[in-house]
Design a protein around this ligand. Structure first.
Ligand SMILES: *C/C=C(C)/C=C/C=C(C)/C=C/C1=C(C)CCCC1(C)C
Length: 261
């Protein structure tokens, strides 16, 4: 009881600090969200979704067994980091009417590697897995993001950035489908892990495809305005960060109480 109380208190303290940090940013702008600004409203909705998910994942620590805490913790870190970035991006959007995609990269550079590390963490929670999986997925994600960032920021040719980014993503897909990570999953013999792993893989394949498509329309062919692109990215992040975390959490709950295979 006392332990649960302390945990809840810690979570609330975290949320309060985050809110104070974020609201000072918003106050400095002194411009309010227009009631017909649907892009701004979508930023606001996703921010709150991220906050709720963060509080939820941290509080659920109490309901999962020790070897699953890390995975659920990382899910909370991902949505917590995204929450602060969303508050910031909303403030910039409300004041200037734009949110350069480059801001999103700051968020992606932290949250995407954390999310991919989850593939390793959930495998490691049920069986012994080689750490090579961890490093290869991590490096793949950095190649993907640095390539995309360099292209979008204009440091290198946009097409070249796209090709490097795609190579990183395809490598990640290879690793989680046919590489050591995929094989370890198949060998685990743990039904809820297999279900969760497959669902996460679908997110990384289908849900993540939205970002390179946004890159193509935004930088290579043209033909999408900033408003639509922001709404699309916001909805994508909602699924790709919150649903992603929920899948991990449900696998953690299903496996808690069981001993390590
Ligand atoms: C929460 C944010 C997420 C899951 C962001 C994911 C971003 C990507 C999967 C980006 C991928 C890209 C490519 C595959 C090639 C072109 C450049 C990128 C970075 C847009």
């Amino acid at each position: 009881m006392r332990e649960f109380f302390m945990k809840t208190l810690k979570t609330l303290a975290f949320a309060a600090i985050a809110l104070i940090g974020a609201s000072t940013g918003a106050n400095a702008a002194e411009v309010f969200l227009a009631t017909d600004d649907f892009v701004g409203i979508s930023f606001w909705l996703i921010s709150m979704g991220m906050l709720a998910a963060t509080a939820f994942f941290f509080m659920e620590q109490a309901n999962v067994s020790t070897q699953w805490r890390k995975s659920v913790n990382v899910a909370g870190l991902v949505t917590g980091i995204a929450f602060i970035h969303y508050m910031y991006m909303r403030a910039v959007w409300v004041e200037t009417g734009e949110t350069p995609t480059v801001y999103r990269y700051i968020d992606w550079l932290i949250t995407v590697p954390l999310q991919l590390v989850e593939f390793y963490l959930i495998l490691a929670a049920v069986r012994k897995v080689p750490t090579g999986i961890f490093w290869r997925i991590l490096i793949g994600s950095i190649v993907m993001l640095v390539g995309g960032y360099a292209g979008e920021a204009g440091f290198i040719n946009a097409m070249l950035g796209f090709i490097i980014g795609m190579a990183g993503w395809i490598y990640i897909l290879y690793e989680i489908f046919s590489g050591e990570a995929g094989k370890s999953m198949a060998k685990s013999g743990n039904k809820s892990l297999v279900t969760a792993f497959s669902a996460l893989r679908m997110i990384v394949t289908v849900g993540w495809a939205i970002y390179p498509l946004g890159y193509v329309f935004g930088y290579l062919t043209g033909g999408i305005d900033d408003n639509s692109l922001n709404v699309i990215y916001n909805l994508a992040d909602f699924v790709n960060k919150i649903a992603f975390g929920l899948i991990i959490w449900s696998c953690a709950v299903a496996n808690s109480g069981k001993s390590r295979a």
